[in-house]
Write a protein that binds this ligand. Sequence first.
Ligand SMILES: [Zn+2]
Length: 445
Amino acid sequence: MDGIIEGIGSAIEAISLVDTHEHTMLESERNDYAVDFSYLFGHYNSSDLVSAGMSPSLMEAVRLPMHHYRLQFVKRLNLRRYVPEPQREDMSLEQRWKALEPFWEAIRNTAYAKATLIAAKDLFGVDDFNTDTYVELSSAIAESRTNNWYRYVMKEKARIEIAILDLQTTEVDRSLFAPVVRLDDFIDVRSRQDLSFLEKKSQKAIHSLDHLAEAMRIVMERYAEEGAVGIKTALAYIRTLQYDKVSHHEAELAFNKIARHLGEGPSFFEAKPLQDYMMHQVIRCAIDRDLPLQIHTGLQEGNENIITNSNPTDLINLFVEYREARFDLFHGGYPFVHQWATLAKNFANVYADLCWVNLISPEMGRRLLHELIETVPGNKIMAFGGDSITVEIAYAHAKMTRQVVSRVLSDKVSEGYMSEDEAVRLARKILRDNPASLFRLPLDS
Ligand SMILES: [Zn+2]
């Protein structure tokens, strides 16, 4: 089917994936949220609904259980992210479906909606999501709250061997996940309140710039002891990726401005030298601990974000300065895909991570993978990161990714670019061996 060479398709089906990036909710918490169809609207397709014209507060009312999860997620990761209030909290399942229906019909064409349908069909046995099926899908989701659901979906259905989890906790099921942690709190410092929070977190008084850097190091050491396999930074949601080289003095002036401010804190522009300085400190610490750094570049989840903040070329000074660091650049830098690919081609310390891309657009994923295969060494390409808060969407994404990789490698063989053997070996690297090696994950086989 679809021009996929059989040997390649079946080899890729058999590969047990190493998933570079997930936000999976803890299985122990899932019982509170997997109660009806709204469970499949935790993110991504919800942003398309808003893009289609649904009011954010109505969308939150329609997905009320996941609205509550969203609040908890934002709190756990200490994100400066606004979650709108639900318009109402008393809508029946039928009312919620009726409110959703026109917007669901509007977004049916997007890849986010396709992933939703794949999950509904393959995991809950419901062929479509519409007026006739929303009740059935809701019951199937509620009934899935059984023991070992994660193991079933991740291992048996998605065939994910291990997933790197970005949930700001190291207390995770290590047979399914390997944790990364964020130190963004130590970079995005803007107020006295932020400093107090960091004092609690590090158990260290912070009276100077050096104290702040020391507190960050203490926390990173603690995370590393607890088994974190990398550091994740997602600051492109709230600021530019341009982390200038600033002197200790400049950073200290900014620190002092923040520390002496008793009210609202200085503006971002005043705080920026401190933030830039701290990012450099985080990278140095990551080098000392031999931890890779996962960097969000490109598209931000949600609506009304500033895409120009997340251009990966803004990071070039860091790649030049920190040769010993390992930079895992996320999301194909979408839509800055060519610039992003060029960075992975140019710099030995830059890795091309396609996490999220095949869910945003499988067509973009195919084009980009074609381009990467022709431009970037095969030991630095990573083709799958589910990037989901639910295992169900991660499953759908894994399925979409296997199709993308099978199609592209089959094309490459048909074009005479590589042999079938070579294609299968490359598939194994980009779906499994490369991320395992970057994050030093011991695998079963
Ligand atoms: Zn993510």
